[in-house]
Design a protein around this ligand. Sequence first.
Ligand code: PEP
Length: 251
Amino acid sequence: MRQPLVAGNWKMNGSLASVRELLAGLKEGIGDVKVAEVAVCPPAIYIPETQAQLAGTPISWGGQDLSVHESGAYTGEIAGPMLRDFDCKYVIIGHSERRTYHGETDELVAEKFSAARKSGLVPIFCIGETLEERESGITEEVVARQVDAVIEHCGVEMLGEGVIAYEPVWAIGTGKTASPEQAQEVHAFIRSRVAKSSSDVAEGLRILYGGSMKPDNAAELLAKPDIDGGLIGGASLKAADFLGICTAAND
Ligand code: PEP
């Protein structure tokens, strides 16, 4: 049985004041998390505040990216051990915004996966096709290539120590959600692709859906057999909306 994970990606949003307010709202509303695991990934500079507020609650936290290096002359970068210093459990890697705006390739993302594991972080490994790729009928080819890059670089056992987030790029921040059937089809394909290397890893691997998930569409998506939780962008910035999704994952 895979334990659902609902993770919030706050992206580059907020201020110290709004982060404090959001964390207070989450702390107040989380109650007893019985089924779903819950995590938030704030901008790196707010991780210490997040740690201070969430330590001892059922909510974990993580980074939004990490360097492939452990330390050194890499201005602006944040290393895995630094995230671990602040008790981060997770780190998002390969988000489509980093692939698009920072030129991150499948190979670099695979290196980041292995750097995250080396530091003891659980990677939330994002994959997904663009609208153009979907319309050209190559969705499976694209996600297979993205998954294979990590299997080739890290091995399938290491892939199994992370979490995959399937995020169709056309659904991120657009308000367009993949239908539960569309999402399930790709999730099942991803699992079958991993199963080619190890059926045990495939069976235990959590595959989250991301792309305009909200409290009113979460239950339907999360009811699908291969959807094991969500990576939530916009809706994770409002405590009530994010908690609404966590509740849907608990049902
Ligand atoms: C994301 O960026 O990971 C995401 C899923 O964003 P949104 O929920 O806003 O579509």
